[in-house]
Design a protein around this ligand. Structure first.
Ligand code: COA
Length: 607
């Protein structure tokens, strides 16, 4: 299914939509030049010369044809990349969405520790969601900006009542937007592995009040006292396995209707039991949000295909998990920030009338499907046990320190991640940071290749006791400037990775031979993101996290606040090359401190 758009663009949410520029196709020479520069810190002299030769041949040969075809595609579409991207990055991706693609988010801990508090918190969260939904439905959300530039708001229109559908080889997704007849008025609630359809609007179409939602949730808890079959585990499967089971499940009319109810629902709410954890509860709850902690804990209490799953624990920890096909972190985080504010606002709706009670959804599983559930459970537990995570707050400074030094906080943090990696691995690696290209119509992300010649020079100098603090500070500032320049290029359509992907896909789509440039080991190596990162800022002290994208890599996500930085760090336990997440977290903190010290010392020296 292509991108879902409102039938009519009306309110302020889309007031600048038509005026947004189209995502450009960068000039070929520019991309080749930047691509080569990005390889400098990663390749030997000999490897570099080889790739340089391939770039020249490509630029003067088949690259020209591909570039022209790509320009033709761009001419005909709102965005030449968006459909390809949804397909290549998400729907065509066959590994399990959990850990590999769906991020988890941990909210600030709430002040309750029992089921009564849990239900009250969850109902406030849902009331806040419905308040936010009004702004999507009526298109009154304010337009988001990056600096002074307005951003495309279409992702916001696709995050509610949306779901991924498993199909063999290539999934599909579905969305039931508010401006179509029969728009959904219910959420899915999962409790004790039982799945419920729960109306959150009355027969009068009014949203339920907090206490009305709470009554609905109490009824769910009553009806769900006995544990259900953990069929949510299927959504953690390899996509082809899940597609195969799904095909069998929809043969049964009742089961098909139950699955459709989940797909159509506005969101999924997972009511989890307590983790009963005293040590590092933040990290334990991070695992809970990312993958559910396995079949003995909460993983069966999920539906990972759903675009938004709110997860509310009995112990005051809550968060969410989201399926990435339709949106990046920022729209989800804005929604979450709105709900956080709403929870403590004291606002509420006036009571709705004619409220229908929750319905427990019926899944009739054949023996064959039940057998598959045993495999799904084993696979899920294997994945869960391999993922190492550390969620922490670095509280010695936040954005305030780099700002006081007149440098970009994001570029400062990215260089700290480079330094942390170098400290242990004594080399650098392909490094990914997501940059928003929502300045363009239907824009998603571009890659910031955050490892550069400048960052490598800086990290080497930091580990060399013979280099003066003054020199280290100079090299740090240069590395930060280089990263900031790359960022500015990436967000304004002058990045390289999406363009290179577009050229490669153009060749495939036209049944042309894949050019040598894309068979070059340097292309694979440099795009093998051992450092995979993203900044996801939030107003609240929430933090997002995701799994590494290669076995010998790390996932780093951070939310820089004014006076602290929240981090989620991940690695795989089975990998012998990478460090445990907690150890890497220590190196990140050491790096941030050392970088502060060199900048602060040189500032004093310059006074
Ligand atoms: N001196 C003083 N202050 C500076 C500065 C400097 N040289 N450079 C930047 N700052 C300030 C900025 O004005 C900004 O101020 P604010 O806190 O008042 O808003 C702040 O520092 C942050 O700027 P910076 O750290 O440079 O980052 P950014 O906000 O421009 O973000 C990206 C950089 C790459 C994260 C952003 O462009 C982006 O693309 N975000 C989306 C990423 C995404 O989609 N992630 C989700 C993937 S799932």
């Amino acid at each position: 299914m292509p991108s879902v758009q409102p039938k009519k663009l009306k309110g302020r949410m889309f007031s600048v939509q038509a005026a947004l520029p189209k995502y450009p196709v960068a000039p070929l020479e520019q991309t080749m030049k930047k691509y080569l520069k990005s390889l400098e810190p990663l390749l030997s002299e000999e490897e570099y010369r080889h790739t340089e030769k391939l770039c020249k041949e490509f630029q003067n040969g088949v690259g020209k044809t591909l570039q022209n075809k790509l320009l033709e595609r761009a001419e005909k579409r709102d965005n030449w990349l968006s459909d390809w991207w949804r397909s290549v990055a998400y729907l065509g991706f066959r590994e399990p969405v959990v850990i590999n693609s769906n991020p988890g988010v941990l909210f600030p801990k709430a002040d309750y520790n029992d089921i009564q508090g849990q239900l009250t918190y969850a109902s406030r969260l849902i009331a806040g969601l419905l308040d936010y939904k009004v702004m999507i439905d009526e298109q009154t959300l304010p337009v988001e900006h990056l600096g002074k530039n307005p951003l495309c708001m279409m992702q916001y229109f696709q995050v509610l009542a949306a779901c991924r559908i498993p199909l063999e080889k290539h999934d599909d997704w579905t969305c039931y937007p508010p401006d179509r007849p029969g728009a959904p008025k219910h959420i899915t609630v999962i409790y004790n592995n039982n799945i419920f359809e729960v109306p959150v609007y009355g027969g009068d179409s009014k949203p339920l009040t907090t206490s009305q939602v709470r009554d609905q949730l109490s009824e769910v808890v009553k009806q769900g006292a006995t544990a259900g079959e953990p069929i949510g585990l299927f959504t953690m499967e390899h996509r082809d396995n899940w597609a195969n089971v799904y095909k069998k499940m929809i043969q049964d009319k009742t089961t098909k209707a139950a699955l459709e109810s989940v797909q159509r629902s506005i969101i999924v709410l997972c009511l989890d039991k307590s983790n009963n954890t005293m040590t590092d509860a933040r990290t334990v709850s991070g695992h809970q949000m990312l993958h559910g902690r396995g079949s003995s804990y909460h993983t069966g209490n999920r539906w990972f295909d759903k675009t938004i799953q709110f997860i509310v624990g009995e112990d005051g920890y809550s968060g969410l998990n989201y399926e990435h096909t339709t949106a990046e972190g920022p729209p989800i985080i804005h929604l979450m920030d709105h709900c956080m504010k709403y929870i403590s606002s004291g606002k509420d709706w006036s009571p709705a009338t004619d409220v229908k009670p929750p319905t427990k959804l019926q899944f009739n599983l054949t023996q064959d499907v039940s057998d598959s559930l045993i495999h799904a459970k084993e696979n899920a537990d294997r994945m869960v046990s391999d993922l190492d995570l550390k969620v922490f707050v670095f509280d010695e400074f936040g954005k305030n320190f780099p700002k006081s030094q007149k440098v970009s906080p994001d570029s400062f943090i990215q260089n700290a991640l480079q330094l942390a990696y170098y400290r242990h691995h004594k080399k650098t690696c392909g490094s990914y940071e997501s940059a928003s290209i929502r300045m363009f119509q239907l824009g998603r992300t571009e890659t910031i290749r955050s490892c550069s010649t400048e960052s490598l020079e800086f990290t080497r100098a930091m580990m060399d006791s013979n280099v003066s603090k003054q020199r280290k500070a100079e090299l740090l500032r240069r590395a930060i400037d280089s990263h900031k320049q790359y960022t500015n290029d990436a967000i304004s359509g002058k990045g390289i990775d999406r363009h290179l992907l577009g050229l490669k896909l153009t060749a495939a789509e036209n049944n042309m031979e894949i050019p040598e440039l894309f068979k070059d080991p340097a292309y694979t190596f440099s795009g093998s993101w051992r450092i995979s990162t993203s900044q996801v800022p939030a107003k609240s002290e929430s933090v997002l996290f995701f799994g590494p994208v290669v076995p010998d890599g790390y996932g780093f996500c951070y939310n820089p606040q004014e006076k602290c930085i929240l981090f989620g760090v991940s690695s795989y336990k089975s990998n012998s090359v990478t460090l445990p997440a907690a150890k890497m977290a220590e190196l990140i903190q050491d790096s941030l401190r050392d970088m502060r010290d060199v900048l602060a010392a040189t500032m004093k020296a310059n006074l």
